[in-house]
Design a protein around this ligand. Structure first.
Ligand SMILES: [Zn+2]
Length: 434
């Protein structure tokens, strides 16, 4: 077992010793600064029974994370600001000078999320700044570190709220009306946390000061592990969407209705799930039915309605459209045999995000030192993807040996975290110090 910043499932020991590195890696170390930051952050919002984190936007745990960010900025003498949407910024140099090179990520989590998704990018940013100072590098451009608020959307159901608002991709009134399961609106939650919900909205002047945004993130897959590399550069975020499939049959008695007399939507649904898997596999795409609702949902009743939600992602929009069309066709053909009506509604769609090629290639050259660096796509959305419409953005991924994410088992080895910090420092040095 490799030592890492946090062993999943470990109980927090007094003084947060669970967050300390295992120390069994032979590779480079992340340094005391990284370890101290990691340990302090690891105490916040941890749900002991699951070993995961519950750092939902505008909750007390989120406030503690935000206080931590502010303290890190203060400890380094960085200028600190919270923008109109609640995103936090720490600056070395005057951002008004423009052409800033910004890195960072988010500190919020999904329910019982892992320690790395988000925080690794923020902690690594502060550690990279320390590394840059240790190298004696002198920035010629302003350097920024950001914590985007409400990236996961765990509380109000919409991801990347902070960056969407800043980029003008989410109407303020729509954002304010977002409502969590507890009935609290985003506006109310912001107000309670001391942030003015009436001030939210597009922030073009702030984004115009940024020449490049580079987000470091734990990989949410195994591509780096499969090629044996600790750090990679993102090429694109796959287009993805959600489709609701309604399978309408006829409720009937499970004990008295002859099989040939049934109109059972569960059969059509089951066949469609298998078809989705096959179509995705053949196309090099992903297709998942992860949520289902059944009516009347009785053990001894043939269902009248099965509703299944398809999440599908693919390398390009053409492939995605073809996969979903093939799944729809399979559902319709089987439905005709089963006497089941099939209706499909697209509930959301996010087009492909191609990260800026020039910045991506620059990063790959800076990190490789002549050797090729893995350049890989991802199926997950990120703030960097949202901002890519407004300014040059790029992403670095740090190896995740199991690929598990959005789970307490999410993990990165200490030497890989150190490689990520070093890569970020290389990026800053290469882009801003020469
Ligand atoms: Zn994330």
């Amino acid at each position: 077992m490799t030592g890492g910043p946090r062993e999943p499932g470990a109980d927090p020991a007094p003084g947060g010793a669970d967050a300390a590195p295992g120390g069994t890696d032979a590779g480079p170390r992340t340094g005391d600064g990284f370890q101290t930051m990691w340990r302090d952050l690891a105490r916040i919002g941890r749900h002991a029974p699951s070993g995961g984190y519950r750092r939902h936007a505008w909750t007390p745990a989120d406030a503690d994370c935000r206080a931590w960010f502010r303290a890190q900025a203060a400890a380094r003498g960085l200028a600190y600001e919270t923008d109109r949407n609640g995103n936090q910024w720490a600056w070395l140099g005057d951002p008004a000078a423009g052409d800033a090179v910004v890195t960072g990520s988010h500190l919020d989590s999904v329910p019982d999320g892992g320690a790395f998704d988000g925080p690794l990018g923020v902690v690594s940013a502060f550690a990279a700044l320390d590394a840059l100072h240790a190298r004696g590098a002198r920035p010629r451009r302003p350097l920024g570190i950001v914590n985007f608020t409400d990236e996961e959307g765990a509380r109000f159901g919409l991801a990347c709220v902070g960056s969407r608002l800043a980029a003008g991709q989410l109407a303020p009134a729509d954002a304010r009306a977002l409502t969590g399961a507890d009935g609290v609106t985003l506006a109310q939650a912001m107000e309670r946390a001391g942030q003015d919900p009436d001030a939210i909205g597009a922030d073009p002047e702030r984004l115009a000061r940024i020449g490049a945004f580079v987000e470091l993130h734990v990989e949410q897959g195994r591509a780096l592990d499969l090629v044996g590399e600790p750090v990679g550069v993102a090429s694109a975020i796959w287009p993805h969407g959600r489709w609701r499939f309604d399978f309408r049959g006829e409720a009937n008695h499970a004990g008295t209705t002859r099989l040939e007399d049934r109109r059972d939507p569960m059969l059509t649904y089951a066949t469609t799930v298998l078809a989705a898997r096959k179509k995705a596999r053949l196309a090099g795409a992903l297709a998942t039915f992860g949520k289902v609702a059944v009516e009347p949902n009785g053990v001894n009743a043939v269902a009248s309605l099965v509703r299944g939600w398809l999440d599908s992602r693919a390398p390009d929009e053409e492939t995605l459209a073809a996969v979903v069309a093939a799944i729809e066709q399979a559902a319709a053909e089987r439905g005709a045999r089963d006497g089941v009506r099939v209706g499909v509604t697209r509930e959301s769609f996010t087009p492909v995000v191609e990260f800026a090629h020039e910045l991506r290639d620059r990063l790959a050259a800076l990190l490789g030192g002549g050797a090729p660096v893995p350049v890989l796509p991802t199926g997950a959305g990120h703030d960097a993807g949202i901002l890519s419409a407004a300014l040059p953005t790029a992403m670095l991924f740090v190896r995740n040996p199991t690929g598990v994410s959005h789970s307490p088992a999410e993990h990165a080895a200490e030497d890989d975290c150190a490689a990520g910090v070093s890569a970020l420092a290389d990026v800053w040095e290469g882009l801003a110090c020469r």
